[in-house]
Design a protein around this ligand. Structure first.
Ligand code: GRF
Length: 210
């Protein structure tokens, strides 16, 4: 497959994906698109010899026009938002129906939006985690493909919880991309499923040491 990864910042999820490709866990050709020219993710793409492109974020219509042009040119089949800090328009999403996913650092539908770890701790909830879901017009609301869970301990701070969740994200996102490559992700009655996946004990590839 040809997969575009949209990024805006640090790029740790991008790195997890590119590492998984390097280790032979993923097969796709990856292309990186950033709306931030200073994103560390662009340096990461370079380190992994992955084509990367920057398009000005404003106006949004122009960013999307440029991105779409590139997506068509590279025959992109699927889009992964990995720390992409912008909301895609309805028209853009329509171009890739059920072919755009996002990773979010909470157990959706709880804690959509920003400041997720702070809000999770303040709420007193005992578990948090990461969610990979399809992207729809409504923010963090598309159907959920997979989740990974961590307890929130009494001593946890926003920073420690972020680290716990990030290390889950780095396994979950490559795993979901693998399932997509294998054609195992499907939608039925507006819910997403993975054929033969055991949700109770994630079949993370034990070879994959990220
Ligand atoms: C991650 O926590 C992701 O879940 C959220 O934005 C953050 C991006 O981090 N959508 P990174 O750029 O992948 O390090």
């Amino acid at each position: 497959m040809n997969i575009a990864i949209f990024v805006s910042g640090r790029g740790s999820n991008l790195e997890a994906i590119l590492k998984a490709k390097k280790q032979g866990f993923l097969d796709s050709n990856f292309y990186v698109i950033s709306n931030n020219q200073h994103a560390k993710a662009l340096d990461i793409a370079k380190c992994y010899d992955t084509p990367a492109f920057y398009f000005e974020p404003k106006p949004k219509s122009l960013f999307e026009e440029n991105a779409l042009k590139l997506l068509k040119e590279k025959n992109i089949d699927f889009i992964v938002l990995a720390g992409f800090m912008a909301i895609l328009s309805k028209d853009f999403i329509k171009e890739y129906p059920h072919k755009i996913i996002n990773i979010h650092p909470s157990l959706l539908p709880a804690f959509k939006g920003i400041n997720v770890h702070k809000r999770a701790i303040e709420s007193g909830t005992k578990f948090s985690g990461a969610t990979v879901h399809f992207v729809t017009e409504e923010i963090d609301a598309g159907c959920i493909i997979a989740q990974a869970i961590t307890p929130i301990d009494q001593e946890d701070t926003e920073t420690t919880l972020e680290h716990k969740v990030l290390s889950l994200e780095h396994k979950l996102l490559p795993q979901v991309i693998k399932w997509i490559e294998q054609g195992r992700v499907f939608i039925k009655n507006q819910k997403a499923y993975v054929k033969d996946a055991k949700y109770g004990s994630y079949p993370f590839n034990p070879e994959l040491e990220i």
